[in-house]
Design a protein around this ligand. Structure first.
Ligand SMILES: Nc1ncnc2c1ncn2[C@@H]1O[C@H](COP(=O)(O)OP(=O)(O)OP(=O)(O)O)[C@@H](O)[C@H]1O
Ligand SMILES: [Mg+2]
Length: 624
C-alpha cells in the first residue's frame, strides 16, 4: 500500500471556513449577507423553483390575479429561510456591501434563463421587500398578536413610519394633511432629539408626541396628555385595512414599486391555531385582491400547506381557500440539502475524485451489501458519484442524520436561534470533519462516518439522563462496541422509518468500524493468511488450532464474518487445560450467535469445537 492519504487532503474548499448555522432572514450585517449569497448553492431542483417563481412574478403585473403567494416548506435546516431570503433579496435587488444582490445571486445560479428573468424583473418590476421572521419579530405589543398586525408593523417600519400602530396612525394622518414635517421640527425643538430615532421607544414617544401636538394645536389638545389619553391602544388593523394601506403608503413612499413580504416561520406561528390560519388566509387574500399582482407574500413553514390544513379537525371548509391562495409551493427535499452539503462542504479536488472512485470500484460489492438497511422508506442509492460527492458520509446517512436532527429539535423544543450546535446537516457534516470529538479530517482515506460519531456531536441536545446512562456503559461493560451501539440505538429512536434491529445497528455502526477500513484484512488472504501457522510454529505449538480455524471459516457463509487468527494467538490457550474450549465458549460462539441472530440456526451444531474437531479428524487425537 502507498502512504495513506489523510481525509483532509480530499477537499476542494477550506473545510474550516466559517459556516453560519442559522439563516436569519432579518440579518442586517451586510458582510454576512454577502457571504450567504456567495455560499448559496443552487441545485437543479432549487433552480427550477426559482425559475417558476420568477416567471410568475414577471407575468403578474400583466395579468392581475388574486393568488400571488408562495409557500416554502421543508424539514428542519432544509434551507427554507435561505431560499425565501435569497428570493426577497434578488427580487428587491438590495444593495449588499456595495454590490447588487440580484447580480450576485444570478451569478450563483449559473443559469442564463434565470439571469435574464431576474434582470427583467429588476428593470420592469422594481420591488420593495419586507423580510422578517415572525417568531422573533413580534411587534411591540406583546400577547397574542395576529400575523396581520405583525406584518403591518414591519411594513410601516420599512417605509420609515413608526412601528407602533398609534404612532404610525398619527404620522400617516399628519402626512396626509402635510403637517408631518412641522411635527418633526416641533419635536426636535422641544426635546432636542430627532423624532426618527426616538419614535421606536414607544413608551416615551407616545407622551412626547402628545406634548408636541399640544404645543402645535392647543385648541384640539388642551393638555399635554390629551392626545395620548385619547388614542392609546385604539388603533386597529385588519387584513383589509392592511391591504388598503399597503397600496396607499407604497404610493406615498415607494411610488411605482411592487411589494413583497417575506415572512419566515409562518407555519410554526399559525399551526394548530385556526384563528391565526384564518388571519393568514385573509391577509393573503386581501393583499392579492387589492394589490392586483403587485403585492406578494412569501412564507416559510416546516410543514407543507396541505399537511397544515389537514392537521386541523374542524374548520377545514373555511380554510379550503387557503390552498388556492398559495398557487406556488416550494418543498425542499432531503436530496436538495444532500447536494448542497456535498457541494458546499464536501466537494472534492480532482485527485480525491479519482482516488475515491477507484476505492469505490474496488469495494462496490461489499460496501453496498453492508450498508443496505431495512427501512420503511426508500433510502438513497449508493452510486459511484454519490459516494465521491458525499464521502466520508454515505448517501443514506444524510437522510438518517436529517431525521436525527429533526427529532432532536422537535423533542428538545430548543430555541431555534440560540446555540445548539450542529442543528443542521451542513454544519454537522463540517463538524464531523473538524470537531476534535470526531476529527475525521485526520482520518485516512477509506474511513467512513459512523452514527455513534454523530451522537458525539449532538450529545448536548440529548436528555441528561440518557446521556449519563450511555456514559456509564463503558464502566460496566468492557466490550469495545457496547457504548457505540448504545449511542446508535439512542439516535435511531428519532429515525422512525429505520428499524432498530440488530442488523441495522450493526450496519450503521459496528460493522463499519470492523469492515470498512478498506484495507483488505481477511483471514484467507495475505497478510493475514498464514499468520497463525507461523505463530504456532515459532512458539513450538501444535498446528491444530490453525486447522480448526480454517475449518471454522470454511463453514461461515459470510466472508466478512470470518474469524481472525488473533483469537488463537494467546499463550494461555495452550498452557491451560481447556484453553480452546474457553475460546469457543466465551469468544467465538457468542460472536457467531450474534452474526446469525434472527436466523433459525443451531450455531453449536455447526460451529461447536467438538463438531469441528471431528471434521478435521483430530477428535481422536484428543482422547489419546
Ligand atoms: N442552497 C443552499 N446553499 C448553501 N447553503 C445552504 C443552502 N440551503 C441551506 N443552506 C445552509 O443550511 C443551513 C440551514 O439553512 P436555513 O437556515 O435556511 O434552513 P431552514 O430550513 O430555514 O432551517 P430551520 O428549520 O432551522 O429554520 C444554513 O447553514 C444555510 O447556510
Ligand atoms: Mg429557518
Amino acid at each position: 500500500m502507498t502512504t495513506p492519504t489523510p481525509i483532509k487532503m480530499l477537499f476542494e474548499n477550506d473545510i474550516r471556513r466559517r459556516i453560519e448555522e442559522v439563516i436569519k432572514v432579518d440579518q442586517t450585517d451586510e458582510e454576512i449577507i454577502r457571504e450567504e449569497i456567495k455560499e448559496y448553492v443552487v441545485t437543479d431542483a432549487i433552480r427550477t423553483h426559482y425559475t417558476g417563481i420568477f416567471e410568475a412574478y414577471r407575468e403578474a403585473p400583466n395579468k392581475p390575479t388574486d393568488g400571488v403567494s408562495i409557500w416554502v416548506s421543508g424539514f428542519f435546516g432544509s434551507g427554507k429561510s435561505s431560499f425565501a431570503k435569497m428570493l426577497g433579496l434578488a427580487v428587491a435587488n438590495r444593495t449588499v456591501a456595495g454590490e447588487s444582490a440580484a447580480e450576485r445571486f444570478a451569478e450563483r445560479t449559473g443559469d442564463k434563463k434565470l439571469q435574464v428573468l431576474l434582470k427583467a424583473i429588476n428593470e420592469k418590476i422594481p420591488t420593495h421587500a419586507v423580510i422578517f421572521d415572525v417568531s422573533t419579530d413580534r411587534g411591540i405589543r406583546s400577547g397574542n398578536q395576529a400575523l396581520t398586525e405583525i406584518m403591518y408593523g414591519l411594513f410601516l417600519q420599512s417605509l420609515g413610519y413608526a412601528k407602533d400602530l398609534d404612532l404610525s396612525e398619527l404620522e400617516i394622518g399628519l402626512e396626509e394633511k402635510g403637517q408631518l414635517a412641522r411635527f418633526e421640527e416641533e419635536y426636535e425643538r422641544l426635546f432636542k432629539k430627532k423624532w426618527a430615532t426616538e419614535k421606536g421607544k414607544v413608551a416615551f414617544a407616545l407622551s412626547e408626541a402628545s406634548r408636541v401636538l399640544h404645543s402645535l394645536d392647543p385648541d384640539t389638545y388642551p393638555m399635554a396628555d390629551s392626545w395620548v389619553k385619547a388614542v392609546k391602544n385604539k388603533a386597529d388593523i385588519t387584513p383589509g385595512k392592511l391591504a388598503d394601506r399597503a397600496g396607499e403608503l407604497m404610493k406615498r413612499r415607494k411610488p411605482g414599486l411592487s411589494l413583497m413580504f417575506v415572512v419566515d416561520e409562518v407555519g410554526q406561528f399559525v399551526a394548530r391555531d385556526v384563528q391565526k390560519m384564518l388571519d393568514l388566509q385573509a391577509v393573503v387574500q386581501q393583499l392579492g385582491v387589492k394589490g392586483r399582482g403587485k403585492h406578494w407574500v412569501v412564507v416559510t413553514s416546516q410543514e407543507q400547506l396541505g399537511e397544515l390544513v389537514s392537521g386541523l379537525d374542524d374548520k377545514k371548509i373555511e380554510l379550503a381557500r387557503l390552498m388556492d391562495r398559495f398557487p406556488l409551493q416550494v418543498h425542499l427535499e432531503p436530496s436538495d440539502i444532500s447536494e448542497v452539503t456535498s457541494r458546499r462542504v464536501l466537494s472534492k479536488n480532482a485527485a480525491a475524485q479519482s482516488a475515491l472512485g477507484k476505492l469505490f470500484d474496488e469495494h462496490r460489492g461489499r460496501l453496498t451489501e453492508h450498508t443496505r438497511l431495512t427501512a420503511d422508506i426508500k433510502l438513497p442509492q449508493l452510486t459511484r458519484e454519490a459516494f465521491i460527492d458525499l464521502y466520508p458520509l454515505l448517501p443514506y446517512q444524510i437522510d438518517l442524520i436529517i431525521q436525527v436532527v429533526s427529532g432532536l429539535r422537535t423533542q428538545g423544543g430548543a430555541g431555534k436561534h440560540v446555540g445548539g450546535a450542529n442543528r443542521t446537516i451542513i454544519k454537522l457534516a463540517q463538524q464531523l470533519l473538524i470537531n476534535p470529538a470526531v476529527n475525521l479530517a485526520d482520518g485516512q482515506l477509506g474511513d467512513l462516518v459512523r452514527l455513534d460519531q454523530v451522537y458525539d456531536l449532538v450529545e448536548g441536545n440529548i436528555g441528561s439522563e440518557v446521556r449519563a446512562k450511555i456514559a456509564a456503559i463503558s464502566k460496566e461493560l468492557n466490550h469495545p462496541l457496547a457504548q457505540p451501539v448504545a449511542k446508535v440505538i439512542c439516535l435511531l429512536q428519532y429515525v422512525k422509518s429505520v428499524h432498530r434491529s440488530a442488523e441495522n445497528i450493526a450496519l450503521v455502526d459496528a460493522a463499519m468500524r470492523r469492515r470498512f477500513a478498506f484495507l483488505e484484512m481477511h483471514p484467507d488472504s495475505p497478510p493475514v493468511q498464514g499468520v497463525l501457522r507461523d505463530w504456532l510454529a515459532a512458539n513450538e505449538l501444535p498446528g491444530e488450532s490453525a486447522e480448526l480455524l480454517d475449518a471454522l471459516n470454511a463453514r461461515i457463509p459470510h466472508r466478512d464474518f470470518a474469524i481472525g487468527p488473533s483469537y488463537f494467538m494467546r499463550d494461555w490457550i495452550y498452557s491451560e487445560d481447556g484453553g480452546l474450549d474457553e475460546v469457543w465458549e466465551t469468544d467465538l460462539l457468542p460472536l457467531l450467535e450474534e452474526h446469525h441472530a434472527g436466523e433459525d440456526l443451531d450455531v453449536r451444531a455447526l460451529y461447536g469445537l467438538a463438531v469441528l474437531r471431528r471434521a478435521i479428524g483430530s477428535a481422536q487425537d484428543e482422547h489419546e
